[in-house]
Design a protein around this ligand. Structure first.
Ligand code: ZN
Length: 185
């Protein structure tokens, strides 16, 4: 799944704050966007969907920071709680996407997301066939509705920018993958 799909998923979770403590909804959403994108920063380092992806351990961070946000509600604590929650949901949901490899639509790669707890790769279930697939864009767009409709600035603008970015990525995903495969990148 695209980082933007995960970010939008995080904003959906942050909408839970709206009826309870609307004054913290924006920090919650911004924390969730950052936490939704964060695990995929490992695409730039050695091992994508492994180095910063923790399907189990991020939940320990959620258990640590969520009570802090409840007892001491402040923009920082609420943002931290939703950062952890969004990173945790991201890491788990990558198992429902496609495999790694340059051309994940070939279904030739059985690495969904790495479980540091089990010491092995969780196989991809391919509900979203691969990152940047049309279904991924449909998911990103649908999950972006709360960010677009229920939030004001800057969450609405950020969400709109992420939907636009996702659409561009989906257009170039296959040419990029084919290029990478041809040049063994
Ligand atoms: Zn990921």
């Amino acid at each position: 799944m695209m980082a933007t799909t995960h970010a939008a998923m995080g904003v959906c979770l942050a909408t839970l704050v709206l009826p309870v403590a609307p004054e913290f909804a924006v920090p919650a959403a911004l924390g969730a966007i950052a936490g939704g994108v964060f695990p995929d920063l490992d695409v730039a380092v050695v091992a994508h969907r492994r180095t910063l992806h923790f399907p189990e351990h991020y939940w320990l961070a959620v258990l640590a920071v969520l009570p802090v946000a409840v007892v001491w509600p402040a923009p920082e604590t609420v943002a931290a709680a939703f950062f952890a929650l969004s990173a945790a949901v991201h890491s788990v949901s990558d198992a429902f996407g496609g495999g790694l490899g340059a051309r994940p639509w070939d279904n030739d790669d059985q690495r969904g997301v790495y479980s540091h707890h089990r010491g092995e790769w969780i196989p991809p279930r391919r509900w979203i066939p691969y990152d940047g697939s049309p279904r991924d864009l449909a998911a990103a767009a649908t999950l972006s509705l709360p960010g677009l409709l229920l939030f004001g600035s800057p969450v609405r603008e950020l969400t709109a920018a992420m939907v636009a970015l996702s659409a561009v990525y989906v257009l170039v995903r296959k040419p990029l993958g084919n290029f990478a495969a041809r040049h063994d990148l």
